[in-house]
Design a protein around this ligand. Structure first.
Ligand SMILES: Cc1cc2nc3c(=O)[nH]c(=O)nc-3n(C[C@H](O)[C@H](O)[C@H](O)COP(=O)(O)OP(=O)(O)OC[C@H]3O[C@@H](n4cnc5c(N)ncnc54)[C@H](O)[C@@H]3O)c2cc1C
Length: 500
């Protein structure tokens, strides 16, 4: 790890949850922070948008581990942001997610014990495999609840087997196809095929949702506004509608940021809370080692999605406290054609919102890859709507004939790509498969003085992963010693960091 940063002025590129939370933590430690965001509004994927009077989610549908003594709950407390103002618990009917396969239904329940029970009931022939899986899941869950997990003290996961791919692990356990299908879901939630998903990521995602599961009370726009307000309250400066153009480097050290408007900012360090491939476009070729550049440029992305927002009759289709996944098991453990449904109360009179999400790769939209959002032409709109109508028909099989169903928006991987500047419109950034795990981890040691990464690509994707990434970025900036000094008491007692 580099030596702690000398100097106090830091510029962060990108005001997604990664950039804003890094800005909040550094402000708490008395750094002078400026965040530069290319869009007119802050929040990145966290921010929702409004159509037909209804708030439509982009990248926060549900979140795990927000309970008071759970990792995300502790992080929110450290940030000074109230969980209960923004989120509400899911699963009041005992179910978080209902997985509907062709020949069976499996419910993801609200606790680790209930999950074990559901697995044993659904797969009586897999008792021995389930025993092993649950033992490891409980060990990992226990470590996640230990303060050393957030402080990154020592190695919280010392068992080397946890870094093996799930495919190999389940093969050894002789797990049945059905069990593998069910276990494929947590891997899917971070965009990695089950066979290639490291056991540790799989179990961390699963444990997070089994600790406690939450969704937004109001909207992603409110969540983004609360993060911005907290950042500003701590003295942070946010510049909107201003893209980063080039990171300025003098004598091998970052000294500032040139902006698209032509203005520039001086800085002791720059934190890139954007997709790392977008970072490459901000650096002169000679400023980065070619081995680093090549490694990054060749990494595989997670898939994109097509998202359909549908307003439905609110009385006929009341809000559901759990999500539904309609899944097909085509090959062993690899889920194809999975569709996610979330039915939420709408904020328009009489209407609720059904969000439908399914996989869609950028290559499916290659005909329009050189076009911009809003200007892709009629044939693009027709293709979007044709897929949307198919998805709506399939939804009738799950919900019965939907009353007053009206498509209010459809977005594709190209929309996501242009909105936040992520390679191939990938939902979860770089794919954290076993094959790529070490390469991605090594990217965080950026071989350039004064340059750091934050956001979903640092540790893991999703709200929890992005916030863990912010802590990791701060640890690199202030050094492990100060990091532990500042945060140790807080992770235990919920205090604020010491001033200065
Ligand atoms: C459809 C979808 C559904 C999801 N659902 C969930 C979910 O239910 N639960 C969950 O936990 N996670 C979910 N995720 C993942 C989660 O949204 C992301 O992991 C997280 O929001 C990423 O935050 P980030 O700050 O790393 O990136 P981003 O939100 O992408 O932020 C990056 C910011 O940088 C800005 N930027 C880029 N380039 C520049 C530049 N040159 N200059 C200035 N600014 C720039 C962008 O405009 C953007 O605001 C979902 C993602 C998607 C796409």
């Amino acid at each position: 790890m580099k030596a702690p940063l000398e100097g106090n002025n830091i510029v962060i590129i990108g005001a997604g949850i990664g950039g804003l939370s890094t800005g909040i933590i550094l402000s708490l430690l008395n750094f002078n922070i400026t965040i530069v965001e290319k869009n007119p509004l802050a929040g990145g994927l966290m921010r929702s948008y409004r159509r037909s009077g209804i708030d439509c989610s982009v990248g926060v549908h549900y979140v795990g581990a927000l309970g008071e003594d759970e990792p995300l709950g502790i992080i929110f407390r450290l940030l000074g942001i109230s969980v209960n103002d923004l989120f509400e618990r899911m699963g009041q009917d005992g179910v978080i997610d209902r997985y509907i396969f062709d020949n069976f239904i499996f419910d993801l329940p609200t606790s680790i014990d209930a999950y074990e029970k559901n697995l044993q009931t659904a797969f009586p022939g897999d008792t021995a495999a389930i025993d092993v899986i649950m033992k490891n899941l409980r060990k990992i869950a226990e470590r996640m609840l230990d303060p050393s997990f957030l402080l990154n003290q020592g190695d919280p996961f010392q068992n080397i087997d946890y870094f093996n791919p799930m495919g190999e692990y389940l093969e050894k356990l002789n797990a049945s196809d059905g069990l593998q299908d069910v276990l494929a879901m947590p891997a899917q939630l971070i965009g990695v095929p089950l066979a290639e998903c490291p056991v540790i990521f799989h179990h961390m995602v699963l444990a997070g949702y089994l600790f406690s599961c939450w969704r937004l009370k109001e909207s992603g726009a409110k969540m983004a506004d609360v993060f911005v307000e907290r950042f500003r309250q701590l003295g942070g400066r946010l510049i909107l509608n201003e893209g980063a153009q080039k990171i300025i480097i003098e004598s091998g050290k970052v000294t500032g940021l040139q902006l698209k408007s032509g203005n520039s900012l001086t800085a002791d360090a720059v934190v890139a809370a954007v997709h790392p491939k977008a970072l490459l476009t901000l650096l002169d070729v000679e400023s980065l080692k070619s081995s680093y550049r090549d490694r990054l440029a060749n990494l595989q992305e997670t898939d994109g999605v097509i998202v359909l927002q549908v307003s439905v009759d609110g009385r006929e289709h009341p809000e559901m406290t759990h999500n539904i996944y309609r899944l097909e098991a085509r090959e062993k453990g690899i889920l194809n054609n999975g569709v996610f449904y979330q039915l939420r109360r709408g904020n328009a009179a009489g209407a609720n919102l059904l969000s439908i999400i399914t996989k869609s790769s950028c290559s499916e939209w290659s005909k329009w890859e050189n076009t911009n959002s809003g200007r892709r032409g009629k044939d693009y709109e027709e293709k979007k709507l044709s897929i949307a109508h198919d998805l709506l028909r399939q939804a009738d099989d799950v919900f019965g004939k939907l009353k007053d169903a009206k498509i209010i928006d459809v977005f594709t991987p190209l929309t996501v790509r242009d909105y936040v500047n992520c390679a191939e419109g990938s939902c979860y950034g770089l794919m954290r498969s076993s094959r790529q795990m070490l390469k991605i981890a090594s990217l965080n040691n950026v071989p350039l003085s004064g340059l750091y990464l934050a956001g979903q690509n640092v540790v893991a994707p999703g709200v929890l992963g992005s916030l863990l990434g912010s802590f990791d970025a701060v640890r690199r900036i202030v050094g492990q010693e100060r990091f532990i000094h500042e945060f140790k008491s807080m992770t235990l007692a919920g205090n604020k960091p010491s001033e200065g």
